[in-house]
Design a protein around this ligand. Structure first.
Ligand code: GLC
Length: 545
């Protein structure tokens, strides 16, 4: 397979590496790819997608009612962020029972219904597995804190303080304050990398490992096609509790910056990834990782030395690029391709400012959204979208502290506003509450819902939504097999660029081009001269020898 890529005029060639095919997983094409390699995953934040019982919070039946929309959009799998029983301190990422559905979202019957309805449409369901911690209301933790000799005592990380009022070491919670909380019952501290209501599990305890692997099997048996693994970096801590080195400067909470070398990314993480993969292989399932890495080589480690860890560790690096620089993207994509593993691209999710808002320049916002879609949805690799991205949803940050729901926003205001802004209700139409619910939703809908919503955009051929649908249709229709290439030209700048299509380096010396998709505002006169790329535009064509 050859896929040609041009970003503002300079060529970058992508070649396909043969993936490892496990016995249990059937190839879906002649090149040995599996379903998840061609798939587009779509992340759903269940609180905010569709509210079927009009209580202001989304639910599973709401999701089921939108499956036709997702099918029509071109989605192959949905990843639902945690929908398990939870006190909702971290909106579901504090799980109090891994093998049930929170009544707020529905019942197990609703879940089974969702899976079977999705299956009819050839859409797989992926769940979110919170591996690092449970809720403090989980029965394991309730027992663990009850006494020093409790059955589950060693399922969490309990340590003596350094002295009166002093935690065991200087580790900090990523959500503010210390990572240790003193529990008066036994007068020992427990460790929590996230909120105090999210105590870290002790993955060095084989009983924890067994219980957690069994959770995955419970869901695989119910028809779940895989998991997105939450916060894998933080599974292990140095057993000697060595203090982290303090760095210059302060963070958003005003605390000293730290080099978290003793409580993050410990090598033992990979043993757990291998074991989770082992369980996934029993059911032919796929594992997606929340893998925050600073470079491609670190990301590569998550596939496993023998391709025996995660099939799809997310490349989250592009979400941290500031501004639009063709050169920066070109280099990154080149490095990912050179690494030879199967990439998983993401530009936004429920923890970061929406891509539409991050890239907007005020003058070409929709064009930029389309251009970024064309960037990551045409690359060789798997793509993970975030709900609302396809209609150009923007962040709707709280305007003052009283409105904030996400606890980190309350603690860190105003430097840290929390993550409410990127989690607002899906915009289905231009009516009340954007058609999400008949009741006031748990988070407010922005004014832009009047223009950026599914119903309006479905009627407009030039909308962001229409562009996404065409792009995803193309992605499914045009595999770019041997002796074919798909040319993707993107203008990442605010000025028109003339692009000379010299494809000789790709051994296409007299190429026949047929245009597949553009978002030009002016009609394209012809392809004989240099290609006039409008600001932030997209040109996709098929090349035949
Ligand atoms: C992950 C989730 C985030 C959550 C955290 C703790 O980073 O994406 O939303 O708050 O883990 O579970």
């Amino acid at each position: 397979m050859v896929k040609a890529w041009i970003v503002t005029g300079a060529l970058a060639l992508c070649c396909m590496a043969a993936p490892i095919v496990k016995a249990q997983q059937k190839a879906v094409d002649a090149e040995g790819h599996q379903w998840w390699q061609h798939a587009v995953f779509y992340e759903i934040y269940p609180r905010s997608f569709a509210d079927s019982n009009n209580d202001g919070v989304g639910d599973l039946n709401g999701i089921a009612s939108k499956l036709d929309y997702l099918k029509d959009l071109g989605v192959d799998a949905i990843w639902i962020t945690p929908c398990f029983p939870s006190p909702q301190v971290d909106f579901g990422y504090d799980v109090s029972d891994y093998e049930a559905i929170d009544p707020m979202y529905g019942t197990m019957k609703d879940f089974d219904h969702l899976v079977s309805e999705a299956k009819k449409r050839n859409i797989r369901v992926i769940l979110d597995f919170v591996v690092n911690h449970t809720s403090d209301k989980h029965k394991w933790f309730e027992d663990s804190k009850s006494s020093k000799t409790a059955e589950h005592r060693d399922w969490y990380i309990w340590r003596d303080g350094k002295g009166p009022g002093q935690p065991p070491n200087n580790w900090l919670s990523t959500f503010g304050l210390s990572a240790w909380k003193l529990d008066p019952k036994t007068n020992l501290y427990y460790y929590h990398y996230f909120y105090p209501e999210q105590p870290d599990l002790n993955w060095r305890n084989p009983a924890v490992e067994k219980a957690m692997l069994d959770v995955t099997r419970f869901w695989y048996k119910r028809g779940v096609a895989g998991f997105r693994l939450d916060a894998v970096d933080t599974l292990f801590e140095d057993t000697k509790l060595t203090d982290n080195p303090v760095l210059p400067g302060t963070d958003k909470f005003g605390r000293p910056n730290m080099d978290e070398r003793y409580n993050k990314k410990l090598p033992e993480v990979h043993d757990v990834m291998r074991k989770l993969r082992g369980a996934a292989e029993e059911y032919g399932s796929v594992l997606i990782g929340e893998t925050w890495t600073s470079n491609v080589s670190e990301l590569k480690d998550y596939y496993g030395a023998k391709n025996d860890e995660l099939q799809l560790p997310m490349d989250l690096m592009m979400t941290e690029f500031k501004g639009l620089s063709a050169d920066r993207y070109r280099k990154h994509i080149g490095a990912v391709d050179a690494a030879g593993a199967w990439p998983t691209y993401v530009i936004t999710n429920h923890d970061i400012v929406r891509s539409y808002t991050r890239y907007a320049d005020g003058a070409h916002n929709d064009d930029i959204a389309k251009m970024m879609a064309a960037l990551y949805l045409t690359l060789r690799g798997t793509a993970v979208m975030y709900y609302g991205e396809e209609i150009g949803m923007e962040n709707n940050d709280p305007k003052n502290k009283d409105e904030v729901q996400d606890p980190i926003g309350k603690l860190g205001w105003p430097l840290e506003k929390g993550r409410d802004g990127e989690r607002t209700p899906m915009q289905w139409n231009d009516g009340a509450n954007a058609g999400f619910s008949k009741t006031k939703p748990w988070l407010p809908v922005p004014a832009s819902a009047k223009t950026h919503n599914v119903a309006s955009e479905q009627k407009d051929n030039n909308s962001v939504l229409s562009f996404y649908r065409q792009l995803l249709a193309l992605r499914h229709k045009e595999p770019a097999h041997r002796d074919e290439a798909i040319l993707v030209v993107l203008n990442m700048s605010a000025t028109e660029q003339k692009v000379q299509l010299d494809l000789s380096p790709l051994s296409f010396s007299s190429p026949k081009l047929s245009v597949l998709l553009t978002d030009f505002h002016k009609p394209l006169a012809g392809l004989t001269d240099a290609l006039p790329m409008e600001p932030y535009s997209v040109f996709i064509a098929k090349i035949a020898k």
